[in-house]
Design a protein around this ligand. Structure first.
Ligand code: FES
Length: 139
């Protein structure tokens, strides 16, 4: 069971972007997307949804944009601190991303959150929203 919770290796998490993966909510059985982010040498995990419009994904499949230790929502430019998940600028300023508990051991990042199960690296396979995500950019 333990092996199924392994997400990836620390080396696979990009320096200035995000690592996208899919989890399953153990209560609702729904699949959700999540991201790993580097911050001050640590790896943190957040659900991959903006707090302005919560169906909007921060990482649309090729890594979320980042600047100065913050993840940026490309839709309306909200900034989220990597380490706290707090929105410091934008339409949802003061809101927090939903965090995931992780463990990092021997260079391997694992899910340590009782609320979620690891499904796979990458986006939700069958999410119809993925089909339109490329044209879902609003500025
Ligand atoms: S949807 Fe993210 S800032 Fe509007």
């Amino acid at each position: 069971m333990q092996a199924a919770r392994q997400i990836t290796t620390v080396d696979e998490v990009p320096e200035k972007s995000t690592f996208l993966f899919t989890v399953r909510d153990t209560e609702t059985d729904e699949e959700r997307e999540a991201i790993l982010v580097r911050t001050d040498g640590e790896i943190v995990g957040w659900l991959n949804y903006c707090q302005h419009y919560t169906h909007i994904k921060l990482d649309k499949g090729s890594g979320a944009p980042m600047r100065d230790g913050e993840v940026i929502c490309a839709n309306h430019g909200a900034y989220f601190e990597c380490d706290t998940g707090r929105c410091t600028f934008g339409p949802c300023e003061g809101a927090y991303l939903n965090g995931l508990d992780l463990s990092v051991e021997d260079g391997v990042v694992s899910l340590a959150d009782g609320g979620y199960e690891f499904v796979a690296a990458g986006p939700i396979e069958s999410d119809p929203a993925d089909l339109s995500s490329k044209s879902n950019m609003e500025f």
